[in-house]
Design a protein around this ligand. Structure first.
Ligand SMILES: [Zn+2]
Length: 404
């Protein structure tokens, strides 16, 4: 299997990476554009685009920004609201596997940027039923999160007739160079289905699993093309207009607005997915079992491309983190009321790689520095899901004593 000589990606990347005759991958080539394109010209293109969506009478929002308590949310809102002076409506999907830090970041986001916000909270019993089904049928505990956070902004755009949705970076461009930045690729239903949702839209789940009812998946159904066309909904990616550097951007947000970070289980990046109990834990281990690499490799590749890590440093970092056994497995098992053995049995048909050597708990030296902020609530332990409006669940507890 060919591996890129510059970063660590191999041809097993699920987004179809291309490695050329010189041994350099398409992701590394497209990353070079960050140093070569005329980004001033690209940014003025963005300003012109945004201007055409500004409501002069103030009777509607100018755009929708999908947000969470983690990844790039602060930076996108900072740019759109404070730099470009737009009036966004923030929308978010309750990912259910919330951390306390994620909830705090989300609450402060609404406060420090002074924005209106809508959140979709799907009933936890439905989320549980769907997750058990996606786990059994295609080995994913994350389908509902990916489906929910990609559909709710589009539903909101249609419902409130706000045609412009603003996303951060396009993963297919940033990781594997699927397109050039100058292609100005926009959000599509097809990319969502094929890549975000592993080929299954909500309707496909019904066909796959007769125990699911239309009412179970109703909130995950993508609006009809005709409704989207009628409002003229489009979703743009800011990464096509400014040279996206998530590490630098998060550091600016820590400095300016007090974005909170946290030590993550299976990666050294303490910025991106701090809002989720499973993303850098069990979900990441499942990614490893399916593809033979996980999120630490994604973060290493990104840091190598920016010149903040050498390839050798990256190899040992990725290995150190990806051989860690995460501690959140029991939370999922308890929530789904299955044993750990049942969990691994469900995942077995999708498992192609096994962790052969497990990491020691010794501290790993980090050649590229990621800031760890002080907690705003140092007495609160991250030990389970924070279920919005449903109280608080911890192992062996399940009480509503500590409502958030
Ligand atoms: Zn590469």
């Amino acid at each position: 299997m060919k591996q890129c000589k510059r970063c660590l990606y191999s041809e097993n990347h699920p987004l179809n990476i291309i490695i050329d005759d010189e041994g350099i991958c398409s992701g590394c080539h497209v990353h070079e554009e960050k140093n070569t394109l005329d980004w001033n010209a690209r940014e003025s293109k963005l300003r012109t685009l945004l201007e055409s969506y500004r409501n002069t009478d103030g009777m509607s929002y100018d755009c929708i920004i999908p947000v969470s308590g983690g990844r790039d949310s602060y930076y996108i809102v900072h740019l759109i609201k404070n730099v470009y002076g737009m009036n966004p409506l923030l929308v978010s999907y309750n990912k259910h596997y919330n951390t306390h830090v994620g909830i705090r970041n989300y609450q402060y986001l609404k406060t420090v940027f002074d924005c209106d916000a809508l959140q979709m909270v799907v009933q936890p019993q439905k989320v549980k039923k769907i997750t058990l089904s996606t786990l059994k049928h295609f080995g994913s505990i994350y389908w509902h999160v990916l489906a929910g956070q990609t559909v709710f902004p589009v539903q909101t755009a249609v419902r409130f007739k706000i045609p412009l949705i603003i996303w951060g970076v396009h993963q297919g461009i940033d990781q594997v160079g699927m397109f050039s930045h100058t292609d100005e690729v926009e959000m599509t239903r097809r990319y969502r289905k094929e890549h975000d949702l592993m080929g299954y839209e909500a309707e496909d789940l019904l066909a796959l699993d007769p125990t699911l009812t239309p009412n179970d998946v109703i909130q995950y159904v993508y609006p009809h093309d005709k409704e989207i066309e009628k409002v003229g909904v489009r979703g743009i990616y800011l990464g096509n207009y400014i040279p996206w550097d998530t590490k630098r951007q998060h550091e600016e947000m820590i400095e300016k607005y007090g974005y909170e970070t946290i030590t993550q289980q299976r990666t050294f990046d303490s910025y991106n997915d701090v809002d989720c109990v499973h993303y850098s834990g069990l979900h990441d281990l499942i990614k490893y079992q399916k593809f033979g690499y996980a999120k630490a490799t994604d973060h290493v590749c990104r840091e190598i491309r920016w010149g903040r890590l050498t390839r050798e440093e990256g190899i040992s970092l990725a290995k150190a983190f990806e051989t860690r056994v995460p501690s959140d497995i029991m939370y999922l098992c308890e929530w789904l009321a299955i044993s750990e053995e049942e969990l691994w049995n469900y995942l077995k048909p999708f498992k192609r790689y096994t962790l052969t050597e497990l990491a020691s708990s010794a501290d790993i030296p980090l050649p590229c520095r990621f800031t760890l902020t002080n907690s705003r609530a140092p007495n609160i332990q991250e030990n389970g899901y924070v279920l919005l409006e449903k109280g608080y669940i911890t192992l062996n507890k399940g009480t509503i004593d500590d409502i958030v």
